[in-house]
Design a binder for this molecule. Structure first.
Ligand code: FAD
Ligand code: DHB
Length: 390
């Protein structure tokens, strides 16, 4: 079969790109290795930058977001038992929206169903071919049969573990892992806060987020080797109460409906382009989650690549050739911010020397004190958290 753009991966990046192409009358097929249920069941991120919201609105994909998303005007930064509010509207005139990646993926898929898109789940063994030629293709196995999709372009929206990045000869990457991980829970309990709380505590980082006015999302810094089996619900609530507690405030507890541990990593590929192949989202870069940038970076890439593919079909190749450089330049700024937020807010238990460990912790407190005490520093955080321009 033939299509103009073969997209590998039905995460938020692949699904959103499909909608951009559809609106421009460009045909596409999405190949996803997992089942629809699996894709719909993944929880992951929860914060949309204003720029991401604007893109969804421009594409007419914001109906569910407008109904269920929560507009937040800032965040709380907490350390040494004190909580400080940063007001993004006052600082930079921008807001963010709380809207789960799971809800976004469900909405994008419903809209693909409505417009009759060719989205194939459980399509395994995808391999891109002929990327240096004018006639690339993707081979895969779907419903027990080998399929070959001839196309003009292949888009790797297949996440960090996908097959597209390794298909680029000579590609390099810069990366680092962190000596901590996040234990995340979803709980059936109304949030105990208006805006999100990011807290540094001697026991480790903690965060209070939410998915709705009925469901809370909370995170704890844990060691990377820890097993979720060692974290009973009672132990999780006790740690959250200790790390998030401030005088006169109580964290409301409820039934935990999901819990898992995620490692933290920073990763940037040396290029997002090879001949007729382009990478978007986690296929090209990963951030630690502290700055809430993973999903937003995927959306930013897709907006840029979508525009470039549309321009290309109208005879202008330049945006497509500029895509990798532009997306990576923006991504390095996002990497810097995510690493900065992460290192400021996590306890570095890996530092062996007790004095050096304490030195590090106290400098982080100093950094937080400077951040909340300086309008310029607050504005720099707000500008990056609410999202750099595309
Ligand atoms: P993905 O969502 O990974 O989608 C890629 C898709 O490609 C998947 O559906 C996968 O099954 C499919 N695929 C892979 N290989 C193949 C193949 N060979 N053939 C066909 N299909 C393939 N970000 C935050 O900002 N905050 C968070 O709290 C947060 N939590 C996270 C928790 C976890 C466990 C993970 C893994 C990520 C988290 N992120 C978070 C990051 C954020 O979710 C990602 O940045 C976002 O999902 C990127 O979207 P994507 O579409 O590029 O990739
Ligand atoms: C959420 C995740 C993040 O990484 C973050 O920085 C803020 C919120 C969330 O899942 O709600």
């Amino acid at each position: 079969m033939r299509t103009q753009v073969a997209i590998i991966g039905a995460g938020p990046a692949g699904l959103l790109l499909g909608h951009i192409l559809h609106r421009a009358g460009i045909s596409f097929t999405i190949l996803e290795q997992k089942s629809r249920e699996y894709v719909l069941g993944r929880i992951r991120a929860g914060v949309l930058e204003q720029g991401s919201v604007d893109i969804l609105r421009e594409l007419g994909l914001d109906a569910d977001l407008a109904e269920r998303g929560l507009t937040h005007h800032g965040i709380h930064l907490q350390y040494e038992g004190q909580r400080h509010h940063l007001d993004f509207v006052d600082l930079v005139g921008r807001t963010v929206s709380i809207y789960g990646q799971q809800a976004l993926v469900a909405h994008l898929l419903r809209e693909h169903d409505r417009i009759g898109s060719d989205v194939r789940f459980e399509a395994t063994d995808a391999v891109p071919h002929g990327l240096e030629t004018g006639t690339p293709s993707v081979a895969a196995v779907h419903e027990g049969r080998e399929v070959r999709i001839d196309c003009d372009f292949v888009v790797g929206a297949d996440g960090y573990h996908g097959v597209c990045r390794p298909a680029i000869p000579g590609i390099r990457a810069w990366e680092r892992s962190y000596p901590y991980a996040w234990l995340g829970i979803l709980a059936d309990v109304p949030p105990s806060t208006d805006d999100l709380i990011y807290a540094l505590h001697p026991d480790g980082f903690a965060m209070h987020s939410m998915r709705s006015l009925e469901v809370s999302r909370l995170y704890l810094q844990v060691d990377p080797g820890e097993s979720i089996d060692d974290w009973s619900d009672a132990r999780i609530w006790e740690a959250l109460q200790a790390r998030l507690g401030v005088p006169g405030w109580m964290l409301q507890q409820g039934t935990i409906t999901e819990k898992s541990i995620t490692p933290m990593r920073s990763f940037v590929a040396s290029t997002l382009e090879h001949g007729r192949l382009f990478l978007v989202g986690d296929a090209g870069h990963i951030v630690p989650p502290t700055g809430a940038k993973g999903l937003n970076s995927a959306i930013a890439d897709v907006a840029l690549l979508g525009r470039a593919l549309v321009a290309q079909t109208r005879g202008d190749e330049r945006p497509l050739r500029a895509y990798s450089g532009s997306a990576l330049a923006r991504q390095w700024k996002v990497q810097q911010f995510s690493q900065w937020m992460t290192e400021m807010l996590h306890v570095h238990r890996d530092v062996a020397d007790a004095s050096a460990r304490e030195f590090r912790y106290r400098s982080q407190v100093g950094q937080l004190e400077y951040t909340v005490g300086s309008r310029h520093a607050q504005a720099a955080l707000a500008e990056q958290y609410a999202g750099l321009p595309f």
